[in-house]
Design a protein around this ligand. Structure first.
Ligand code: SF4
Length: 367
């Protein structure tokens, strides 16, 4: 099983890197973990333009001038966990809802009509309200309309993931939130999510079940982002070694203030986030890098072409919010409020193609 070193050890490894180490990592075809440490280091913070140039060159080489677009569909705001940083936490007083099958299909239809072909189904972790039967039925009903349907729900068993794959789910996102055990225990107050190891092994089960893609990520603002970057690099290396057929993505959600007045435990600036993104692109040229609408328009526009390969757009984080925009109960505030058309225009203005449709699913069905 993957083991993540103590964050103190990772911090020392990163802090000890010099400018010369950063230069070496920028020139190496495969920088490896020591190179990643250099790229994440304080010494590299002063060399951000060099990191950006290298990251942009690798991204153009591996992905072309494209940004894939997706939209989340929030299915349920019920949750049995208490995560200190989340608006859906079980002890937050709010009106909660789970969409009926017809409501969920309606949300997906709206996004399909808007031109989305890649959908992320999201819910709180409350299996009694929204479990595998629900997801399998929804996937069966909608699979022909979308090139990919990814889920971000409670961690499941290998058999459950395999069942969902057969039903039409193509990918799973399971973020560790923080790879630092101490911080993990501090912010996960009760519920099944308190089991750090079960969560950490979830991407393995996803890949073992045959899913095409697995997404990992860290919630930035809980602890040292440089150490989280090292842990993400270790996790990527583990998954590449053991599950080389599975496509990998990384997300970088930065903490927003949530219901319950939780404030981020550490500050992660846009400059820090940029460095983390560039470092991971240089370290793992083929990984998909996601930048969601948590981030503001100005930052997302500035990052086009520099490393990220996938953007969400026109997002609503309240269940039923596409059909009923007046609904409250969002998991977090959206930083980029633009419509899909506006996001596409900004991508095109920077000489890139916004990709809403692709022929992945057609291709795969033929084999
Ligand atoms: S982060 Fe996820 S598991 Fe934690 S309270 Fe929010 S919805 Fe529930």
């Amino acid at each position: 099983m993957l083991t993540i070193p103590d964050f103190q050890q990772l911090s020392e490894q990163v802090s000890s890197c010099s400018r010369a180490d950063v230069h070496q990592a920028l020139q190496a075809p495969h920088p490896g973990l020591q190179g990643l440490a250099a790229l994440l280091s304080p010494a590299a913070s002063a060399m951000l333009p060099e990191l950006a140039r290298r990251s942009a060159a690798i991204t153009a080489q591996r992905f072309g001038r494209t940004i894939q677009l997706y939209a989340p569909v929030y299915l349920s705001s019920f949750c049995t966990n208490r995560c200190a940083y989340c608006g859906f936490a079980a002890d937050n007083t709010m009106d909660r809802r789970v969409l009926t099958m017809a409501e969920a299909e309606k949300e997906m239809d709206i996004l399909h009509e808007r031109g989305f072909n890649h959908i992320l189904l999201v819910s709180g972790e409350a299996p009694a309200k929204m479990g595998v039967d629900y997801l399998a039925e929804l996937a069966r009903r909608t699979r022909d309309r979308f090139a990919s349907i990814t889920i971000e729900v409670q961690p499941l068993s290998t058999a459950e993931y395999a069942r969902l794959f057969v039903a039409g789910i193509t990918g799973v996102a399971v973020y560790q939130e923080t790879y630092d055990r101490r911080t993990y225990d501090q912010v996960h107050l009760s519920g099944k999510k308190c089991d750090y190891d079960f969560r950490l092994a979830s991407p393995d089960r996803v890949a073992q079940a045959g899913m095409r893609e697995v997404g990992i990520g860290a919630l930035l603002g809980l602890t040292d982002w440089r150490c989280e970057g090292m842990a993400l690099g270790l996790h990527l290396a583990w998954l590449r070694k053991h599950f080389w057929r599975t496509a990998l993505t990384v997300s970088f959600p930065r903490l927003c203030p949530a219901e319950g007045d939780f404030q981020p435990l550490t500050t992660v600036t846009e400059k820090d986030l940029s460095q983390l993104l560039f470092a991971l692109r240089i370290y793992d040229p083929d990984v998909g890098l996601l930048l969601s609408t948590r981030e503001e328009e100005r930052f997302r526009t500035g990052m086009i072409g520099l490393g990220p390969t996938r953007y969400s757009a026109g997002s609503c984080t309240a269940p039923g919010g596409y059909a009923h925009p007046e609904l409250e109960g969002e998991q977090f505030a959206v930083g980029d409020q633009r419509t899909l058309t506006e996001v596409c225009a900004s991508i095109q203005a920077k000489g890139h193609d916004p990709v809403r449709k692709d022929w992945d699913s057609t291709f795969q069905k033929g084999f």
